[in-house]
Design a protein around this ligand. Structure first.
Ligand code: GDP
Length: 312
């Protein structure tokens, strides 16, 4: 442990932030966190005052407005505005108060829709984006450029990582705004409980996605924070993807659902494929530990416990 280390996890109630708190807690890193009612990250004066008072030495910027394909396509203004404001405020306060290192979380959707697969970090800004999440992606790209610019102009050490699609305990299971894995867990669980004969899966089932358990992501973030400096991006993924149709089959098996899967072509497919090239991350000495099926089993168990406690 570094003497006088104090780590601010921004967004500690979210999927990523809560996993970071669990992971840093294992190393007994001194943490500082604030819930939204205590600190509005969209408010520049409040963010500056918080940094001046708490003086964190390191920051993990995991606070973000995130959502699945439909939420992104429906509320693009919210996605671009919130993510830009939070990033602007946190980076400026971190620079102003002399934070020694900051980890900025981007997303694999920053890469062009037709990027080479697997996608190397060098594909950034080489082509048009996927329209369903363009607003979110542009906010995230602005964040990368902010980190790079601050490093260049002020000599900060703001590191940017690009996680692939994530899942795990603490995810958003709301069917209108969630990503695909929590949506499928909920749909198959509810259909299993009520013995419904079919479950609807959005799109054609052919788009391919890569999925990483959020505990692996948190471990990778801490590893990158400790072993990487400067403005070169680092992709964080597991290096494998599968079609959504196959994912749906796997979730059905894990849940124990025996009915049929139907594909709803009125819903968007989004980008055909986004598999990250994880060569750079592997060269830093990190590898994932949680295979998809085991991660799904754990997440289904967590969801069922949570639904029961919630009385749902
Ligand atoms: P994306 O990776 O940004 O496209 O985000 P999502 O996780 O929302 O969607 C991934 C893929 O899963 C897309 O092709 C969706 O159409 C598909 N999908 C299938 N069923 C669902 C569902 O019930 N909810 C969501 N969010 N996506 C679904």
């Amino acid at each position: 442990m570094i003497v006088d280390q104090k780590v601010f996890v921004a967004g500690h109630r979210g999927l990523v932030g809560s996993a970071l708190v669990r992971r840093l807690g294992q190393d007994r890193v001194p943490l500082v966190t604030r819930v939204r009612a205590e600190l509005d990250l969209e408010d520049p004066a409040a963010v500056t005052a918080f940094f001046e008072r708490e003086r964190p030495s390191e920051v993990y910027l995991a606070a973000a407005r995130v959502g699945g394909i439909l939420a992104n396509a429906t509320y693009p203004a919210d996605f671009i505005r919130n993510n830009l404001l939070v990033t602007l405020n946190v980076l400026e306060a971190a620079r102003h108060t002399g934070v020694t290192k900051l980890l900025y979380l981007g997303s694999s959707c920053i890469y062009p829709k037709h990027a080479p697969q697997p996608i190397p970090e060098s594909a950034l800004l080489t082509g048009p984006l996927e329209p369903t999440n363009q607003a979110y992606a542009i906010a995230k790209i602005a964040g990368i450029e902010l980190c790079r610019s601050y490093n260049h102009q002020y000599g900060t050490n703001f590191v940017s990582v690009m996680p692939t699609n994530l899942y795990g305990p603490g995810d958003n299971f709301d069917l209108d705004t969630s990503h695909v894995i929590p949506a499928l867990i909920r749909k198959f669980h509810e259909a299993h409980e009520a013995t419904v004969p079919t479950v609807s899966v959005w799109g054609s089932g052919t788009p391919r996605r890569e999925f990483l358990h959020v505990d692996d992501l948190a471990d990778a973030c801490v590893h990158v924070m400790r072993h990487h400096d400067g403005s070169d991006l680092v992709n964080i993924g597991c290096g494998e993807d599968l079609p959504i149709g196959e994912l749906a089959q796997m979730v059905a098996e894990v849940v124990g659902y025996r009915g049929d899967i139907v594909f709803d072509a009125t819903k968007p497919d989004g980008t055909p494929r986004k598999l990250l090239d994880v060569t750079r991350l592997a060269a830093l000495g990190w590898q994932p530990r949680i295979p998809l099926r085991r991660g799904l089993e754990e997440t289904v168990a967590w969801y069922r416990r949570t639904v029961r406690v919630g009385g749902g």
